[in-house]
Design a protein around this ligand. Structure first.
Ligand code: SAM
Length: 282
């Protein structure tokens, strides 16, 4: 059964009366070149893979061929009847029904992947929660090697931008803090059913063993970063002062001490500069 074939997908979904829910980000892949490439980029035969949102299992089947074990988490209860049929031949796959944002992923990894040398996350993510899922995966400090996921192309560009470039934002800093990001390949919107309005890209976040920089206070560092990118048209000093209530003089004093221009914009600051500003402010 080729789950990336549009006729097969229709033949599976129609009798079950399944209609795609936009609210769950349901755009199923119908391009059979994409999933094998994602699977081989994410894992090998020693890897345990956590998949988020298997849909009818098009990526799950390919992951099952490459990985040691696959655990797929699906929120949509209507797939309870479909997935056991489409994954019937995949003996190393288990499906857990629930919300990936609510489940204890650390406990799942410990319980299900004890025999795997490494663990990764691989998914065609529901677009409505791309950033929250990625941040949850990184901030939970899960013992994972990489996160290989399909996201909207614009999100991929933002997530994988260089800190200090025009495309960077608060999420770019957060991703670079925890991981080394790369864009693997782009995927045309017509590779999905139903076709979304935008193209996609597969990205790989190679999780670092330790954060990219040494910040004194992680919580304050991330709230400074969030504040710094809250008003993109303003200078760093103005936006940080407006959003945090810190005095402009205090921020300027730190910038001067670090030899950074007082009119600098947040997207011009490198990871190291943001770190030093945070460490000196707090
Ligand atoms: N993997 C399939 C594919 O590539 O065709 C489906 C991908 S579709 C973009 C996203 C999937 O995530 C859907 O199956 C949807 O029901 C599921 N989903 C949405 N929100 C979820 C959540 N919070 N936790 C787990 N699964 C979720």
């Amino acid at each position: 059964m080729n789950l990336a074939d549009i006729k097969t997908v229709e033949a599976i979904l129609r009798p079950a009366g399944f209609d795609f829910k936009k609210s769950l980000g349901q755009n199923f892949l119908i391009n059979d070149a994409v999933c094998p490439e994602m699977a081989s980029a994410a894992c090998d035969s020693d890897t345990g893979v956590l998949e988020i949102g298997p849909g009818i299992g098009v990526l799950t089947v390919e992951l099952s061929k490459v990985a040691k074990r696959v655990v797929a988490i699906e929120l949509d209860d209507r797939l309870r009847k479909i997935l056991p049929q489409t994954l019937a031949e995949c003996e190393n796959v288990e499906v857990i029904f629930g919300d990936a944002m609510q489940l204890d992923l650390n406990a799942i990894i410990k319980e299900k992947f004890s025999e795997c040398k490494r663990v990764c996350v691989c998914a065609n993510l529901p677009y409505y929660i791309t950033s929250p899922i990625i941040m949850m995966l990184l901030e939970s400090k899960l013992p994972i090697d990489n996160i290989t996921v399909m996201v909207q192309k614009e999100a991929a560009e933002r997530l994988c931008a260089e800190v200090g470039s025009r495309e960077s934002g608060a999420i770019t800093v957060a991703v670079n803090y925890y991981a080394e990001p790369e864009i693997l390949f782009e995927v045309d919107r017509n590779s999905f059913m139903p076709a979304p309005k935008v193209d996609s890209a597969v990205i790989k976040l190679n999780v670092r063993k330790s954060p990219a920089v040494k910040v004194n206070d992680e919580k304050r560092f991330f709230s400074l970063v969030k504040a710094a990118f809250a008003q993109r048209r303003k200078t760093f000093v103005n936006t940080v002062s407006n959003t945090t209530g810190l005095s402009k003089d205090k921020i300027k004093e730190v910038l001067e001490y670090l030899n950074i221009s007082p009119t600098v914009r947040s997207e011009q600051l490198t990871m190291q500069e943001l770190t030093e500003i945070s460490n000196n402010l707090f």
